[in-house]
Design a protein around this ligand. Structure first.
Ligand code: MLT
Ligand code: MN
Ligand code: ZN
Length: 297
């Protein structure tokens, strides 16, 4: 059986974010809505060996909170591999917590590996024990027996810490990818960062059994309107959930079996169980991802 375990459903910063006093963050701090750690998904077919998609800065607590990922012996981890979909801090900083001489395979595109290789801190994750495996776009790779992954480009931008004076937010290349997982005869997609749903992407997702998708913002201007940031979702390289160009509309008629939002920013109203926006997303067939949620096929 294919299993997906949401380790962290929030975008960078998590919920609550350390320096944020917005309503959602305050509610989470008060225990009135569930807290959420940063973006990561674990997948498996036997429940014994797992691949972690994106290594969140919260991976230490995510492993502690999910018994399936606990050590199975002295210095023995069920995590066989880590795959990165981009080089953003919320997706790679957790690698630093995985440095205790534990072998696993680290998969990413060549461009993402170049970003990692340029950072000497990451030498602590010794490439002699943690081989850095380059995955070419659109080439199927076996991650576990019976489970393959194909990385494909989606519109996006370079990581925040690599931004120059001018930022293109709709690059299609190796910097922002989605993953097509094939296991147990099923097609699963994991796309935690995406600036727009192109026709090519919509065609790809047609008839998928399960899609985990970028749920960063509800509205493009929500962080500006809340006084949290000067940036729109578009500027951050993230499509919004709502609106005629949003992900709910774009993925509405694609015959997708199960749609799950992940990578929600702490400003997103869907984090509140009683929010009208959450009801709207759910009425459109979406599940709002939550830490510890397990989905099977
Ligand atoms: C993003 O998803 O836009 C990034 O994770 C932002 C960041 O690096 O803080
Ligand atoms: Mn992010
Ligand atoms: Zn907040």
């Amino acid at each position: 059986m294919f299993k997906a375990l949401i380790l962290g459903a929030a975008a960078g910063g998590g919920l609550p974010q350390w320096n944020c006093g917005c309503d959602n963050c305050n509610l989470a701090r008060a225990g009135k809505i569930p807290s959420s750690t940063q973006s990561s998904l674990a997948i498996s077919i036997d429940g014994e060996r797992w691949v972690v998609l994106n290594a969140s800065p919260d991976i230490r607590s995510q492993i502690a909170d999910n018994p399936a990922l606990h050590p199975t012996g002295l210095r023995k981890s069920p995590i066989a591999a880590v795959l990165l979909t981009n080089g953003d801090i919320d997706h790679v900083a957790g690698l630093l917590s995985l440095r205790e001489q534990q072998p696993f395979a680290l998969h990413a595109t060549g461009e993402i590996h170049d970003v990692l290789a340029a950072n000497p801190l990451l030498n602590a994750v010794d490439p002699a024990r943690v081989p850095r495996v380059t995955i070419a776009l659109d080439k199927e790779t076996t991650l576990l027996p019976g489970l393959t992954a194909t990385l494909f480009s989606v519109p996006g931008k370079v990581p925040l810490y690599m931004e120059g004076a001018e930022v293109k937010t709709d690059l299609e290349g190796e910097q922002t990818t989605g993953v097509h997982i094939h296991a147990e005869g099923r097609d699963i997609y994991y796309i935690p960062g995406c600036a727009a749903v192109t026709k090519r992407l919509a065609d790809r997702l047609k008839g998928a059994d399960m899609v985990f998708f970028d749920g960063t913002l509800w509205r493009d201007e929500e962080m500006l309107e809340m006084g949290l940031s000067q940036k729109t979702g578009k500027r951050m390289g993230h499509i919004s959930m709502s609106g005629p160009e949003g992900s709910i509309a774009a993925l509405r008629d694609l015959g997708i079996g199960r749609k799950v939002f992940v990578h929600m920013n702490n400003s997103n109203p869907v984090f509140r169980p009683d929010a009208a926006e959450r009801a709207e997303a759910e009425a459109a067939g979406w599940t709002i991802g939550q830490d510890g949620m397990e989905l099977t096929l």
